[in-house]
Design a protein around this ligand. Structure first.
Ligand code: T4K
Length: 410
């Protein structure tokens, strides 16, 4: 019989028998995903849609895109914002515009798009280990990977927590390397009190549907370098400098008017999205702080954070429930917990085949990616959802011996 979400959540998970993996009814009647989009003011969005349809100007750097670029640049404290169809194409364009070639140093603990944006244009991603304290690229490990073929470094502000920008800027300038940041997770976050967007030669953000603010699909290149901004603008639009006048190789990386409209609405609602994320994060923290084997990734409260990822660092305890078994238990409850970014870009194709030895230099990366669990958050998740999810985790940890035995037996 179909049950409402409230009914399903209300039943406490206190004993193994109540868990769906052992035949109990799932916690949520429908899958509760990570990455349910944050949707802002619908009326405002519909009004934008009316404007767009009325004007019959749908794409090609129309008024909504220009307005979004202006607002997002001001909000980020950066001179130039070039909006794109997604962050992957933005990375590809920025990498090319900066003249990166040969080898570029990049973490493997990232979404595979960071590496693909290089490999796609025959540039070798040289995978660098992370600093376990920050979970971001380790500048001293990056230094050891510099070779005569290295032309750049791409740091990733993983989970929105800034890289060691200062050390990477010093390393890049001492070695005459280009420096970019994949800031896909870091919209609205700060480094030493300054909004992310203006560091290195350029930064790239993502406005994918699953991100803290979305434009359906979308991304942007942010930079304080006017010449670079001009170049990426050309490259985003096939290299056209005016009608019939192509002056550069280019691609189609344009953002549509409807996406820009969603961006304008999302920007207006950004504080509400972050408040919902923060509330969920604090509820998870309160519920999970004393559970053995579970460490919730903390954000630096002296900075601005968007709290869009709730990340657990899970250590298998004596009870013997593995990370993947805990995820399986959650999935059976319809909680779609994820193992971002397992198994690491270096263990995905084509990198696994091209660079089979890469893992030798990545012990911290592999250790982290074998332990991570990301939990649902965002405006589609409320505090009762968080409580119910934490009940399952608590029940699993508290009864881990019995659960592990029953799982082995089955
Ligand atoms: N660099 C980094 C560090 C990134 O994390 C990413 C993207 C990029 C670069 C590239 O940015 P884009 O080119 O995408 O702008 C998701 C996203 O697809 C991906 O954008 C994101 N990172 C990554 C962290 O997460 P998956 O593999 O988790 O699957 P996906 O997109 O199917 O979404 C997860 C769940 O969200 C779905 O199972 C259901 C739910 N969902 C998804 C969509 C699209 C919804 O409820 N509604 C939706 O509209 O990659």
């Amino acid at each position: 019989m179909a049950r409402s979400k409230e009914e399903a959540r209300a039943r406490r998970r206190e004993t193994p028998d109540s868990l769906a993996i052992f035949g109990g009814a799932p916690l949520f009647p429908e899958p509760l995903h990570i990455g349910r989009p944050n949707v802002g003011d619908r009326e405002a969005l519909v009004a934008h849609l009316d404007d767009i349809l009325e004007s019959r100007w749908l794409t090609n750097a129309g008024p909504k895109v220009r307005e979004f670029e202006r607002q997002f640049a001001d909000w980020s404290g950066v001179e130039h914002c070039v909006a794109t169809c997604n962050a992957t194409v933005a990375l590809e364009i920025a990498i090319r515009a900066l003249g990166m070639e040969g080898e570029v140093i990049v973490p493997s603990a990232t979404f595979v798009a960071t590496a693909h944006a290089l490999q796609w244009q025959q540039i070798r991603p040289v995978f660098c280990d992370i600093d376990p304290a920050t979970q971001n690229i380790d500048p001293s490990a990056a230094q050891r990977l510099i070779s005569p073929h290295t032309t750049g470094i791409i740091g990733v502000h993983l989970w929105g927590r800034a890289c060691d920008v200062e050390a990477l800027e010093a390393l890049a300038s001492e070695n005459d390397l280009k420096l970019m940041f994949d800031a896909a997770h870091a919209v609205g976050c700060t480094y030493r009190g300054k909004r992310i967007g203006g560091f290195g030669d350029a930064e790239v953000v993502s406005f994918h549907a699953t991100k803290v603010m979305n434009t359906f699909e979308g991304g942007a290149i942010l930079t304080n370098n006017g010449e670079l901004a001009e170049k990426v603008r050309l490259m985003r639009n096939f290299g056209f400098a005016g009608m019939d006048n192509v002056i550069h190789v280019g691609t189609n990386g344009k953002m549509s008017e409807m996406s820009a409209a969603m961006g304008l609405v999302s920007l207006d609602c950004f504080d509400d999205f972050v408040a919902a994320n923060r509330n969920n994060y604090e509820n998870y923290e309160r519920r999970l702080r004393n559970l053995p084997g579970i460490k919730l990734l903390r954000y630096d409260e002296t900075e601005e954070n968007n709290y869009q990822y709730v990340v657990l660092d899970y250590t298998q305890g004596e009870g013997g429930i593995s990370r993947d078994q805990l995820i399986d238990i959650l999935w059976k409850e319809n909680v779609r917990a994820r193992r971002y970014f397992y198994p690491g870009a270096h263990r995905m194709e084509p990198y696994r085949t091209l660079y089979p030895e890469a893992g030798r230099n990545l012990p911290e990366t592999e250790r982290l990616l074998d332990r991570v669990i990301c939990l649902p958050t965002g405006t589609a998740v409320d505090s009762a959802d968080v409580d119910a999810i934490c009940d399952v985790i608590e029940c699993t940890i508290n009864h881990s011996n019995e659960i592990a035995r029953r799982l082995r037996a089955s």
